[in-house]
Design a protein around this ligand. Structure first.
Ligand SMILES: Cc1cc2nc3c(=O)[nH]c(=O)nc-3n(C[C@H](O)[C@H](O)[C@H](O)COP(=O)(O)OP(=O)(O)OC[C@H]3O[C@@H](n4cnc5c(N)ncnc54)[C@H](O)[C@@H]3O)c2cc1C
Length: 456
């Protein structure tokens, strides 16, 4: 299904993992708890207004039959309220696209024992002639150690009956597996029809949409939640800079400029996989279940963004917003690669430990400390939101430390290789969302880049 790739020094996390939404929610909740925040369940956004000063939202909580309305004033509002959410609607954004009314897919979690069905594989039973698509993904997220995530689709199935009559569903499963099945529990079951839609803009002024509130599509390809997380990662650091008064409000328009082309292409990619899987033009099971490396999203890029700067990209042909990641080309707007083996005093660190979502990281590649010190000095004006890291080649003589910059030695040459550094000094500015914001020769490029951030 998904080709196996070994981790590399540039891409340390290469194995896709399928996990259920309950686990994802637990991970996200535990993270925001560390920031002293909590999800307030049972709390509904009813309406909002925005003005020059901020956003005024009406929030409703219920106590039995009684409703309590609270007014919350904030600088910004991000509607991550799903496909049916009200933020998109109240903002008046369009949600153009299509609903595949005729494609009805049953999904759910079920517990059963069937000795013939391996728990080591995601097993797909596909009858191309009949149009059946039945899949069982073993999952230990359901208590009991005998849980499966179930997908059933096919023209011959009466979806309403399978949703309401457990025995009818069990009989389809028995027939598919062609083996005795000991059913234990139907944990939940539901139906979905693919919707393929996206907004015309990801927000207006101080109010934004992210995730399914902004784009819905077929789950084939597993891009939905991943895209939603990337939406908010793109937006969050920009809001932080505006809230701190470093960037103007108009800077937030770059959220739409950067993410919309990515989303548009993602819809095309996932729809193409849907068409290969289900429907009149479906292909054989091998082609339907093929998941190319492009879906790893490592080649997603913002090269056409108005706030990235590359002094060396002249002559490089334009690429789509989703492309295969490549190690022989790095242009501003691309994902910043990792590099392990950086020696810092007595410690060894990697770039992925150094990058942080709270600030820009300015990588100064220089042959020696003296050259680096001049460039670092020009960064002083940006210390409030950018940290400098000087990366010296393995052959460099360390010399005296540079105030206000970390200095590391690229012992194994990974950083120089992954960032395609030759002999000349280079400055690579990595944004808080781990995207390369700028590739420049020195101080003047640095000022130009941060000028874009501060006055866009
Ligand atoms: C069968 C299936 C398989 C999928 N598989 C994958 C996969 O493998 N990989 C992947 O990346 N994605 C996958 N997806 C997509 C993924 O589930 C969604 O993209 C993701 O859950 C969207 O998250 P979200 O937070 O944007 O929206 P939602 O999950 O819809 O969450 C929105 C939340 O907002 C709340 N809400 C709505 N209105 C209000 C309001 N007015 N006030 C307060 N709260 C409100 C809702 O109650 C809900 O809790 C799959 C989807 C389906 C259907």
């Amino acid at each position: 299904m998904t080709p196996h790739f070994e981790p590399t020094p540039a891409i340390p996390f290469m194995s896709p993992k399928v996990i259920g939404q309950n686990i994802v929610e637990r991970i996200l909740s535990s993270h925001i708890q560390k920031l002293d925040c909590a999800v307030e369940y049972g709390t509904e956004l009813r309406s909002f207004e925005q003005n020059e000063a901020g956003v005024v939202a009406q929030i409703v909580t219920k106590d039995g039959d009684k409703e309590k309305t609270t007014t919350i004033k904030s600088q910004f509002l991000v509607g991550a309220d799903g496909a049916r959410g009200i933020v998109r609607k109240q903002l008046g954004l369009t949600f153009l696209g299509e609903t595949r009314e005729t494609v009805r897919i049953i999904t759910g979690d079920i517990r059963f024992k069937c000795p013939g069905l391996s728990r080591n594989y995601f097993e797909v039973f596909k009858d191309d002639a009949a149009g059946d698509f039945i899949a069982f993904r073993p999952t230990d997220e359901i208590i009991g150690g005998d849980g499966w995530q179930l997908i059933v689709s096919g023209d011959r199935f009466d979806v309403d009956t399978l949703l309401s009559d457990k025995e009818a569903l069990y009989s389809v499963i028995r027939e598919t597996l062609n083996a005795p099945v000991d059913f234990l529990e139907l944990v939940w079951i539901s139906e979905f029809r693919p919707n393929i839609r996206m907004v015309n803009s990801l927000g207006r002024v101080r109010v934004f949409v992210a995730g399914d509130a902004a784009h819905v599509h077929s789950p084939t390809g597993g891009q939905g939640l991943n895209s939603g997380v990337q939406d908010v990662f793109n937006l969050a650091w920009k809001i932080a800079l505006v809230a701190k008064g470093i960037s103007p409000l108009s800077f937030l328009e770059t959220y739409t400029a950067e993410r919309l082309p990515v989303i548009a292409q993602m819809l095309n990619i996932t729809t193409a996989i849907l068409d290969k899987t289900i429907g009149p033009n479906r292909g054989p099971v091998e082609s339907a279940m093929e998941r190319g490396r492009i879906l790893f999203m490592l080649g997603v890029n913002y090269r056409t963004s108005p706030i990235v700067l590359d002094e060396f990209s002249a002559g490089i042909p334009p690429v789509p917003a989703y492309q295969l990641d490549r190690s022989d080309e790095l242009v501003a707007g691309d994902r910043a690669p990792d590099a392990p083996g950086l020696v810092e005093g007595s410690a060894t660190v990697r770039l992925f430990d150094i990058f942080k979502p709270t600030h820009h990281t300015v990588l100064v590649f220089a042959p020696d400390v003296q050259v680096a010190a001049d460039i670092v000095k020009s960064l002083e004006a940006y210390f409030a939101f950018a940290c400098s890291v000087v990366i010296l080649p393995a052959s460099a003589i360390l010399g005296s430390p540079i105030p206000s910059a970390r200095v590391v030695v690229d012992k194994d040459n990974y950083a120089h290789t992954h960032y395609l550094i030759k002999d000349e000094p280079r400055v690579i500015i990595v944004r808080p969302d781990s995207v390369v914001g700028a590739i420049v020769a020195g101080s003047s490029g640095v000022h130009k880049y941060f000028g874009l951030i501060q006055v866009y």
